[in-house]
Design a protein around this ligand. Structure first.
Ligand code: COI
Length: 354
């Protein structure tokens, strides 16, 4: 399919690259492609960034039939533009589509659409250290109907946002609240899917944690409230003695692309990495016995985020003395090194936008 391009006549001023924060500014263009039953996905276009007209009865507004993704474009020191494993994000988008009764997209075409849009807005990719262009593909159901049924009309849209660090802490350790009142997901539900409702459901716990100065919450399983699943916007890893443990993907946890990459890197370096059920009590015991050496989160937005403190009920576990751990630092350096083209990409993870 050919992507038609209509360029803006009113380019916006660019924001100050040293004050980007996360997701506050949008670029000049967006990609948009409708789906209509009987016609399939069709008429892909890149157009000036603008509000989209939606019927007030559009199904996504009422029943949350929506999926999204998050990935980044990086500007290298020699001026190239790199994407990090975009094929994995588009494969996950289709896995989300399948669960949410959304028609599958052509993954290779979707990567091409991302590349075309990034090329059009290439002058929005920030160059300050640690900054990048966040790419947000998403699909919404737009049938103007109030019956609860899978939509027959949808929009696939991609927007771009120049970003800095997701957490104000940057790579400094964050404080995490172990959530034992609310749950995020259950097996058989939509926990493994990147869909709006999961994030809406997380807001209450997140804002209660923020009130007591915790950055995010750590979710426990929805049945026994015992096994660790993930942190707000990240997967999570614990180093206990010499083993690095991350919760296995059992349907309630998001299969992160950074998680997958961290596991591959750690194994390549010779660490023992285990994907298995891990309970909060096991982590607390390891903390009490001095065996919990490090904890960190992984995510596209957050990259690698060391965890300096876990609060579980009345117990406060300080991890690695609030310092950035050796494994977290090494992973951060290696991943960001590959992403910004500073070190060789031995795994073929980056895709250049030309
Ligand atoms: C990402 O890391 O890309 C995410 O999806 C987190 C986002 C919800 C801010």
């Amino acid at each position: 399919m050919e992507i038609k391009i209509e360029l803006t006549k009113n380019p916006k001023p660019k924001p100050d690259q040293t004050k980007l924060g996360f997701g506050k500014y949008m670029t000049d263009h967006m990609f948009i492609m409708p789906y209509d039953e009987g016609k399939g996905w069709h008429s892909p276009r890149i157009v000036p960034y603008a509000p989209i007209p939606l019927d007030p009865s559009a199904m996504c507004l009422h029943y949350g039939q929506e999926v999204f993704e998050g990935l980044k474009a990086y500007r290298t020191e020699d001026g190239r533009i790199l994407l990090f494993r975009p094929d994995k994000n588009m494969a996950r988008l289709n896995s989300s589509n399948e669960r949410m009764c959304i028609p599958l997209i052509d993954e290779e075409f979707a990567v091409e659409a991302i590349k075309s849009l990034v090329k059009v807005d290439a002058d929005w990719i920030p160059t300050e250290p640690g900054t990048s262009l966040y790419i947000r593909p998403f699909i919404i159901a737009i049938d103007p109907k109030l019956g609860v049924h899978p939509a027959e009309h949808l929009l696939f849209i991609i927007i771009l946002s120049p970003v800095g660090a997701y957490y104000p802490e940057g790579i400094n350790p964050v404080r995490i609240y172990v959530e034992n009142k609310y749950v995020r997901a259950v097996r058989g539900g939509t926990g493994y899917v990147k869909t709006a409702g999961n994030y809406a459901a997380s807001l209450k716990a997140q804002s209660e944690a923020e009130k007591i100065k915790y950055t995010q919450v750590l979710w426990l399983d929805g049945v026994e409230r015992k096994y660790i699943e993930e942190v707000g916007t990240m997967n999570v890893f614990f180093k206990i003695d010499d083993e690095i443990i991350t919760p296995s993907l059992d349907g309630a946890t998001l299969p992160g692309v950074t998680r997958m990459s961290a596991i591959e890197l750690l194994r390549d370096w010779g660490y023992k990495v285990t994907e298995r059920k891990i309970s909060i009590d096991e982590v607390a015991d390891a903390g009490r016995n001095g065996r919990l050496k490090e904890a960190f989160g992984t995510g596209t937005a957050a990259v690698i985020s060391p965890i300096g403190e876990l609060k579980y009920g009345e117990e406060v576990m300080i991890i690695n003395d609030y310092k950035i751990g050796e494994v977290s630092q090494r992973l951060y350096d290696e991943l960001t090194g590959i992403q910004w083209g500073r070190i060789p990409d031995r795994f073929g993870w980056t895709v250049e936008v030309k």
